[in-house]
Write a protein that binds this ligand. Sequence first.
Ligand SMILES: [Zn+2]
Length: 145
Amino acid sequence: MRVLTLIAFLFWLVAFDTWAEVEFECVLSEEQDVPIVKTTAITTPAMVQHGLGDDVRILINETLLNDYSPLMQEFIVKHECAHILLGHVGMNTLAQERQADCLTMKKMIKNEEISTRGVKSIINFLYRESVVNRQRAIALGRCLQ
Ligand SMILES: [Zn+2]
């Protein structure tokens, strides 16, 4: 009986972990996988950090990221990945932000990682979030047309 309880508990742990954790990845090519590092030292949910040479990684603050829906979390991390793919370095311009949004969404649609409803929910969320993001949402809607 105790063994069964233990097994049930282990199954629960595994199931819970799978359910609770959103896994992120940023694959640039077959050889290059960008490390995603958890930290509490950043004041945004996610950002790109460039090191020496080609060294690059994505930092995520899980506490801030968890304020968003799992789908929005995916979008946020993939948006940072898109900045790397697009070769954006340093402070990004508004145009670069829009480019990253557009590439992210196009890739998610192409890879069937998002439904039409999901696309709409992200655009609506951005539209309502802030004045700056309202412009982002409009630009994102246009880029998908
Ligand atoms: Zn950005």
